[in-house]
Design a protein around this ligand. Sequence first.
Ligand code: NAD
Length: 338
Amino acid sequence: MSKVKVGINGYGTIGKRVAAAVSKQEDMEISGVTKTRPTFEAQTALDMGFDLYVPEGSLKAFGSAGMPVKGTIKDLYKAAEIIVDCTPGDVGETYKAEYEAAGIKAIFQGGEDHSLTGISFNSTANYSESWGAQFSRVVSCNTTGLLRTLFPIDRKIKVTNVYATLVRRAADPGDSKSGPINGLEPIVKLPTHHGPDVKSVMPWLNINTMAIKASTTLMHLHTVTAELQKESSTEEILEIMRASPRVKLIKSGSGLKGTAEIMELGKDLGRDRSDMYEVVVWEDGVKAVGRMLYYYQAVHQESDVVPENVDCIRSMCKLEEDACASVSKTNKALGIVR
Ligand code: NAD
């Protein structure tokens, strides 16, 4: 079987993880990645065996740094069948006209607006909506985490209202430029954009969100309060979560008290870069009381969208019609086991 050729535009936090994840699949391969400057990440990409494509204006800098380049970013459009655009937020949209002109498919990330593509993607909730599409957008890390738990609960027991507070990591671990160093910053423009982002996939859901930036780099933590259409029980909710893809139930009592221990678990599981692809829910912190449901979940911002990008490639390139089958293939290749 010939493999679908995937190009990565923007080999940063998300791009390098998607490149590694694609390389592990049987039905797709990396045809090249882009870098704008000859940094250590560009060298690592070469060391991993990826071909480098760079902006025309950067060819000289890569030459001076002694880093072999396969071509310009526009040359990558000829070598690949689909681009996963992992450039910083709002930069992706500047590439859309180029992808359109080259007639190539492209996946954008959560830093772009839903209106850029008109389709936003989540593997469990709407895999088939991106079937054969030229453009789609994998929603942000927080939205992916919320959809992973809310969609299966809504499918079994209708959810009438959701109020969620997102305690957000201030910066990624490798980012030395941004974030509060010692403090908490509320996002005062309410409700925050996260609720509407969830609605880009579940338009019928009443959800409102608040957010606080915290001086941590490890993970985000959500507190979710959901009003259900009918009374439920904690055990019924846990059963739904246990059966949901990429939801990992943990117990605080087992020592997994917070995000630090969850990242340690990622290391112990031998995951690439100690990534935790699943949304992590504290089983002993789930509580259903009548029609009200309360739970906490943690989101590894650097990696939870990675398997969704792989599934989105399968849907857009018509590699696998069945969402569950794609999720299983991706999970197996990435070592996501229950
Ligand atoms: P990043 O800054 O770590 O990586 C972006 C990469 O794009 C870098 O390698 C940078 O050199 C490159 N780049 C910058 N300008 C470019 C240009 N004009 N052309 C080509 N490449 C360019 O960013 P990231 O965290 O990986 O975020 C990428 C996207 O993923 C954003 O839309 C972001 O919102 C989304 N996202 C990020 C996270 C996260 O927590 N890091 C989580 C989910 C989704």
